[in-house]
Write a protein that binds this ligand. Structure first.
Ligand SMILES: [Zn+2]
Ligand SMILES: [Zn+2]
Length: 185
């Protein structure tokens, strides 16, 4: 099996697979995931930081802003490379701790796919999505599929489970230009 490569800084990882145009609640079959409500997440973060007496330091602000801009499935290293464009003094540990804070505040979800690398994305309580992952180039497509969601509920109910959450990861190869796994058709 091919190792899933970490995403690079190619334009590909910037909010990949999310669309701005879709209204909340209007997901159709197999559609790309909607963007999370960043205003609400910002408010949630402010409230969390106030509550826990966390200061909004300059470095934290740069890291948080950069993450909100480039956030989907970023690794610590990827985010570090981005924030250093704004402030070269920011170190790995600060980025890591800031992401932990975002995660603890519920603003960010941690994802670990088959390669075991932790990736961070904005939480999406209102717009749950799942992932298609290319094992050749590492591209990640987010999608929403109401039918799959409904089937999962039905399966759970059949076994007397009430679902709290789930993770669905589909692995294969994508059709993006430049992907070595691209199949001729
Ligand atoms: Zn690919
Ligand atoms: Zn995602």
């Amino acid at each position: 099996m091919v190792e899933l490569q970490p995403l690079t800084h190619a334009p590909g990882w910037r909010m990949d697979g999310r669309v701005k145009t879709r209204e909340a609640g209007s997901a159709v079959a197999g559609s790309p995931a909607r963007e999370p409500d960043t205003d609400r997440l910002r408010e949630q973060l402010d409230a969390y930081m106030n509550e826990h007496g966390l200061r909004n330091t300059e470095q934290r602000r740069v890291i948080v802003d950069t993450f909100f801009e480039f956030g989907a499935h970023a690794t610590v290293d990827e985010l570090l490379a981005e924030v250093r464009k704004a402030d070269s003094r920011i170190g790995y540990a600060t980025v890591y701790r800031t992401l932990k804070m975002l995660s603890e505040s519920g603003v960010v979800d941690e994802r670990r796919f088959d390669d075991g690398i932790t990736r961070y994305e904005l939480a999406d309580d209102d717009a749950h999505h799942d992932h298609l992952i290319c094992t050749e180039c590492g591209f990640i497509q987010e999608f929403e599929e109401p039918l799959i969601e409904e089937l999962q509920e039905r399966v759970a109910a059949r076994f007397g489970f009430s679902l709290a959450h789930h993770k669905l990861e589909l692995y294969g190869t994508c059709q993006r230009p430049g992907c070595t796994g691209k199949k001729e058709r």
